[in-house]
Design a protein around this ligand. Structure first.
Ligand code: ATP
Ligand code: MG
Length: 455
């Protein structure tokens, strides 16, 4: 209660004195002002949880003070004290945003009740919010972050987890979409059933249909045995369709049918098989644009995105970076290491186009350079060391060439390929696509520059 601040405003010292006596016994922090101007000054210096003001005062009256306070702080909580004569004024004050009023001569119990009610409202809701956060921290220990964006994501995961609604998780590459999908499954009633992820980008198009729906023996040449598709494998559990934007158009109608009816037929099969699955999808593409371009079916989109969880890019929540670093070190069992402040600052200045995954890769590199010992600023990869603030201010993009104009083209090429390759988590198809080069060229360059797979 000591942190709960009450300001008493009255031009009669006796009145202030008796209110102070009454309320300080309950342990609140009390200050006094003898007129409206003084009250405003005090409020501007350090706001109060409640302002109790008399209506009739010299110079600025209570109503005027209320108006001025609301200008300073629209959330200000003001209680007015009136004599019987100005009860009409009190009513209009409530209309103008006063929280409550009481009449003189006041009854102690009446005032205490009003204050207690305001105190409870404020502190119980803060406390509830804190408890909720603590519960979610325990429920989703792998998801790190204290930013509003992460808190919002956790509460959305909580909201959708219990039901079977289809969830579409969107966000840039490396923001934690798969992590979120797993968390949804983990806190759902299906948690003891399978979680089956399939990356639609990683399976060649001509194999996707059989991968999804399975096939009967002899359905096509090469179908030596019966194969169960992932819908059947995921039966009773959660199916995670990663990178759903990569799904070929030709297969989308069939997928929609199964999603809607929960029925499927294996390739070459005659029986309809029913499955009980919950679907979570993810994409880093703009599906609305894909729909406009005729590459993605709108009806499938609506089916899959009953609820959309969007994950904010890391550059919008840079305050989470120190926490992510700590967590990374803990997972590596290197908790004894602390990163120097200057290093953390440099990392916070960068824009992280590859998000948390890129951060993890950079941390790996730092630890590699420091041989798992306490790192120094010299262990920062070159792009973070050179003139970083100017670069980000000027262009907002990271560019190895700008970072050091004296470097050779090959050197920059090597580093850029490595960066993209690590950001794509070693996925060569994706890397080649991002770099807009052929897969063969990528293989050649990886070999030429001796770029190792990320671990
Ligand atoms: N909030 C977070 N807390 C802790 N680790 C995180 C967080 N977000 C992402 N990560 C880590 O970052 C890496 C990338 O996460 P994930 O694979 O879920 O991203 P993604 O969005 O699916 O990426 P992509 O689009 O490339 O598939 C993983 O190692 C994951 O554990
Ligand atoms: Mg992913």
């Amino acid at each position: 209660m000591k942190n709960f601040r009450i300001l008493i405003v009255d031009d009669e010292p006796d009145m202030r004195e008796s209110l102070r006596d009454l309320l300080s016994r309950d342990g609140y922090h009390i200050e006094e002002a003898s007129d409206g101007e003084e009250a405003l000054d005090l409020y501007r210096q350090n706001s109060f949880d409640i302002v109790i003001s008399d209506i009739i005062m010299q110079n600025m009256d209570g109503i005027e003070l209320l108006k001025q306070l609301k200008k300073v702080d629209p959330e200000a909580v003001v209680i007015l004290i009136t004599g019987y004569s100005s009860i009409q004024g009190a009513i209009s004050a409530i209309k103008m945003g006063a929280e409550d009023y009481f009449t003189k001569p006041f009854k102690a119990i009446e005032i205490k009740k009003i204050i207690q009610r305001i105190y409870d409202n404020k502190y119980l809701s803060i406390r509830n919010e804190q408890l909720m956060q603590e519960i979610m921290r325990k429920e989703f220990p792998e998801i790190i972050g204290e930013s509003q964006a992460v808190k919002k994501m956790l509460s959305e995961i909580r909201t959708v987890a219990d039901s079977d609604v289809s969830v579409l998780v969107t966000g840039e590459s490396g923001t934690g979409k798969e992590l979120a999908a797993r968390a949804i499954h983990q806190s759902s009633p299906r948690k003891n059933k399978p979680f089956v992820p399939i990356n639609c980008a990683a399976v060649p198009n001509d194999l996707l249909e059989s991968e999804f729906f399975g096939h009967e023996k002899g359905a096509f040449s090469g179908a030596i045995n019966r194969k169960y598709g992932i819908f059947e494998v995921a039966d009773t559990g959660t199916l995670f369709l990663d990178e759903i934007g990569e799904m070929p158009f030709s297969l989308q109608a069939k997928l929609l049918r199964t999603v809607e009816t929960k029925l499927l037929r294996r390739i070459g099969g005659t029986d309809e098989i029913s499955v009980d699955i919950r679907i979570v999808c993810s994409t880093n593409r703009d599906l609305k644009k894909e729909i406009e371009d005729g590459k993605f079916r709108e009806d499938l989109y609506f089916r899959l995105s009953t609820y959309n969880i969007h994950i904010d890019p890391l550059r919008n929540r840079k305050d989470d970076i120190p926490l992510l670093i700590d967590n990374f070190l803990q997972r590596k069992r290197l908790s004894s290491i602390t990163f120097p402040e200057t290093m953390i600052n440099a990392l916070q200045k960068y824009d992280w186009p590859g998000n948390v995954r890129e951060l993890e890769n950079v941390l790996e590199r730092i630890l590699l350079f420091s041989r798992n010992q306490q790192p120094t600023i010299d262990n920062l990869p070159p792009e973070f060391r050179t003139n970083l603030p100017e670069i980000t201010a000027a262009t907002n993009d990271y560019s190895p060439a700008r970072a050091n104009p004296a470097r050779s083209l090959e050197d920059i090429e090597k580093e850029h390929i490595q960066l993209v390759y690590y950001n794509c988590n070693g996925n060569k198809v994706k890397t080649a696509r991002t770099l807009e080069i052929g897969l063969k060229t990528l293989y050649r360059k990886l070999e030429k520059y001796n770029i190792k797979e990320p671990d």
